[in-house]
Design a protein around this ligand. Sequence first.
Ligand code: ZN
Length: 387
Amino acid sequence: MRPTQASAGRCHLCGAGPLDLVPDYGGLGRVTSDCKPWPRGGWLGVCPGCAAVQKVIDPAWHEECAAIYRAYTIYHQSGGVEQPVFAPETGAAASRSSRLVGQLTAHVGLPETGRLLDVGSGNGALLRAFHQAAPRWALVGTELGDKYRAEVESIPGVEAFYNCPAGDVPGRFTMVSMIHVLEHVPGPGQFLEDLGRKLNEGGLLLLEVPDHRQNPFELLIADHASHFTAEALAAVVESAGFEVIAAARNWVPKEISLVARKAAGNPPRRPSETPAAVLAAVSLRVRWLRSVTEAARGVRRDGPFGVLGTSIAGTWLFQELDGEVDFFVDEDPHRAGRQYLGRPIYAPAQVPPGGRVFIALPHPIAAHVRERLGRYPGYSCHLPPTG
Ligand SMILES: [Zn+2]
């Protein structure tokens, strides 16, 4: 049964309820976190107590997630290679994990030796980058299945791979990392509290989650239980028995990076924004998403039409435009030359003359991309609305 305002359920972080539903969210198509189109029909809400933005976690949501995870394929657009991120300062490309580990060592520092537990290690992108920066650490990865076992076990420094819940992994660790994991977890406070037991006294927690303030497209991901801001993430982490030592929105573009140390006895943090203000801001982001589709429809005229981006936003827009897209464009050399959703992916230099390319990214990032693509005068690039 579809939730109504009265039956929208309780917050999966603090238990307050019912959630205030975000108007019109259910009219938007969605995507899975592994970048596949997913039908409309989701429910997004804001907690009237702690102001956390979240999905309505009901049996229908759990069923959708189970279906998504059964078919999960990480980075399928590039044959399994992690996507690059582009440094805002220089435009230089690096893998997301190596950028994150670089920022971690620069801002927090790492002991010469230690043990890292990477929860939800995927195909081992973080472990690989971590070994480069800290070759004397022993590394352990976990995933719920064995799909990537051989790949992870082959990474230098990896001592073991487990396909069990993190709490069942033997031993204690100097650091626990969760890269794009916590947003999937119902009840993240309890989850972090349990995870804290795997850490040595003073051990470190490294979290990476998407930031819907920088990237509203993140709200469209069906299997994300929570949509964090830096403040909301810090509040959950502190309530689970950690002290935040770094929280950054610029280590990796569009994402929140947080490092915390195990420490008992934090006073609970009060939300800095009221639930009403958060609901208003998220409702505006949902309206902006609708305006993106309208803007892209306006750009699609005679001549070849393409969408730049083959991740969350590009996949979603393809679906919203009913597939009326001739090609994709991607700056990632691992993706250019492949097919995606039955369309070719071109590198920026390969776009047909006279083509119109809509940049499916948050506005400020899209503006940087258009600058980079300005050196190809044969086609035009179009930005999403500001907002
Ligand atoms: Zn709450």
